[in-house]
Write a protein that binds this ligand. Structure first.
Ligand code: C2E
Ligand code: MG
Ligand code: MG
Ligand code: MG
Length: 289
């Protein structure tokens, strides 16, 4: 019975793989069409200065509303696009669209665009950025590129050239999801980063676990010591915010506590509203502690 049980499991496993295979094939075909038809959209999520609570920039996040399957997560379709070799088309479109939106935002609020490892090889990123800046009239200081540790390691040589070219233009370069990849610290100095985005996994239980808080504080300290702007991603509660403010060197925060990623028009409105409010959050946060 052990044998037949094993076989049964194997069959179920194969059936699952088969379904996954066909599902993926379908998604790939539909994704290719969606990219060609330019039917992806962008959502924008604000990053706030932790002390003033003003919006300093927004991260552009790709969205795909599938006509039959509904919203497909970028965690699913971005890797598919990488596999298919069409990520560079998406990146170019995101850059263009994000820069156009950003040019309309008040108060010099910036925009951040995510790039993939593959973009380093298949896209003339510096050329694309030059074009986008020229077309939108955006100052380079308002554009930021987000790249993960994994992407940087996978494409070390190309990454260095491209990131240095961007850096010379005055474009900010953020190391995204810090702490989840190879977490080798040496390339923090080897590449021209301006910002460190600490992955949200580091925030998970900082309000209950003192060691978790100390680890996060140490990571933030490393970033500050290297003169990087330190960001905490995935801030969901006032308690987390209070701990970040009182016990770490984190300078900017991003997360559902402030806003989910929003459609462009809502993001523009949010920026106006939040930056007009001119809050003094310290008083507010002090009440939470
Ligand atoms: P990321 O660049 O680290 O983006 C942050 C992700 O965290 C976003 O997920 C955002 O919605 C989510 N998030 C923000 N605040 C919170 C929070 O408080 N709690 C929780 N649980 N999540 C929060 P999203 O939009 O699903 O994107 C997932 C990933 O897909 C991104 O991670 C990025 O790696 C990738 N991605 C999205 N858009 C693009 C794109 O245009 N190009 C590339 N290459 N990758 C993209
Ligand atoms: Mg990002
Ligand atoms: Mg991130
Ligand atoms: Mg992340």
């Amino acid at each position: 019975t052990a044998k037949s049980g094993g076989k049964g499991r194997a069959q179920i496993f194969h059936a699952q793989l088969d379904t996954d295979y066909h599902y993926r094939q379908r998604l790939k075909a539909d994704l290719k069409q969606a990219v060609q038809a330019r039917s992806l959209s962008l959502a924008f999520q604000p990053l706030l200065d932790i002390t003033t609570r003003r919006v300093v920039s927004c991260e552009a996040l790709a969205r795909w509303e599938h006509p039959e399957l509904g919203e497909i997560s970028p965690a699913v379709f971005i890797p598919l696009a990488e596999e298919m070799g069409i990520i560079c088309d998406i990146t170019e479109w995101v850059l263009e669209t994000a820069a156009r939106e950003c040019a309309g935002w008040s108060g010099g609020v910036g925009v951040a665009v995510n790039i993939s490892a593959r973009d380093f090889r298949t896209l003339d990123l510096a050329g694309a950025v030059d074009e986008v800046l020229a077309c939108s009239g955006l100052k380079p200081e308002r554009l930021e590129i987000e790249v993960t540790e994994t992407a940087v390691i996978e494409e070390q040589h190309m990454a260095r050239n491209v990131l240095e070219a961007l850096s010379e233009r005055g474009i900010g370069i953020a190391l995204d999801d810090f702490g989840t990849g190879y977490s080798s610290l040496s390339y923090l100095n080897a590449l021209p980063f301006t910002k460190l985005k600490i992955d949200r996994s580091f925030l998970t239980d900082i309000d209950e676990n003192p060691r978790a808080l100390r680890l996060l504080a140490s990571v933030a300290r490393v970033g500050r010591d290297l003169d990087l702007t330190v960001v905490a991603e995935g801030v969901e509660t006032e308690a987390q915010l209070a701990h970040l403010l009182n016990h770490t060197d984190v300078q900017q925060v991003q997360g559902y506590l402030f806003s989910r990623p929003l459609p462009a028009s809502d993001a523009a409105e949010l920026i106006r509203r939040m930056n007009r409010a001119a809050v003094r959050p310290n008083l507010q946060v002090a009440g939470v502690v």
